[in-house]
Design a protein around this ligand. Structure first.
Ligand SMILES: Cc1cc2nc3c(=O)[nH]c(=O)nc-3n(C[C@H](O)[C@H](O)[C@H](O)COP(=O)(O)O)c2cc1C
Length: 221
């Protein structure tokens, strides 16, 4: 089948069905009125090490609503700060509970029964039950598309990272993340998710660089 994204009915389900599995950013923010907000975003990834950069993308309008904006994007544009909490299997159901389009004066921490922990640098709270919290400062929002499908691509720098000790182990070259202990949740399309405990190793081939370049740092990506 050959698909033209412009004319295919509900192309979004095809796209999110093939870009899988996606990690989930559980984004906590605080509004200028002091209301705490929490929501999941799976158009999400890490994009650079220096500065350490995360991106995620939010539609501007809440699904099924004519003029309701998504609180996460509004709060980030108004405060310039947020926390990305990693979604793991233990909190997947709680994450899902926060994903309805609740009014702006509702805290999804209360709805999901999750606990706020203070950030060290940003005002937005961390999710205490998540083993990894990344405090972020907004670099820029890139506007993509137009209404009704307009998105804001949020680009932010990690200014502090909290990692629970029990998901770390001492590897031959320093501390590494133990994925069996982390148990990150992957998102497929729609309401489908996956566990990430069926892992295997592939050793990457090396094509030796010329001697002059060999002294440089090896790529880690
Ligand atoms: C696992 C999951 C991933 C999601 N990813 C996105 C996303 O990448 N972009 C988006 O705009 N909405 C996404 N949503 C929907 C938002 O979480 C939902 O609209 C939420 O109510 C927004 O809350 P807010 O208005 O408090 O920011 C996702 C929902 C779920 C359950």
């Amino acid at each position: 089948m050959l698909i033209d994204p412009k004319s295919f009915d509900r192309f979004n389900m095809i796209l999110t069905g093939v870009v899988v599995p996606r990690p989930i950013a559980f984004v906590s923010t605080i509004s200028t009125e002091g209301v705490v907000n929490l929501a999941p975003y799976s158009f999400f990834n890490a994009m650079a090490y220096n500065p350490p950069t995360l991106i995620f993308s939010s539609s501007r309008r809440a699904a099924g609503w004519q003029d309701k904006r998504k609180d996460t994007l509004t709060n980030i544009e108004e405060t310039g700060e947020y926390v990305v909490n990693v979604v793991v299997d233990d909190i997947a159901a709680a994450m899902n509970a926060t994903a309805a389009e609740y009014p702006a004066d509702v805290s999804e921490f209360d709805i999901a029964g999750l606990t706020e922990a203070p950030g060290e640098i940003v005002q937005a709270p961390r999710v205490a039950e998540s083993p990894v919290n990344m405090e972020c400062r907004l670099m820029q929002v890139v506007n993509i598309g137009e209404q009704p499908h307009a998105h804001g691509l949020v680009i932010g720098e990690i200014v502090r990272m909290h990692v629970r000790d029990d998901i770390l182990y001492e590897g031959p070259n320093g501390l590494r993340i133990n994925h069996a202990a982390l148990r990150p949740t992957g998102r497929l399309a729609g309401n489908m998710y996956c566990h990430t405990d069926d892992v295997y190793e592939l050793i990457r081939p090396v094509y030796a660089p010329p001697v002059a370049e060999a002294a440089g740092e090896r790529a880690a990506d």
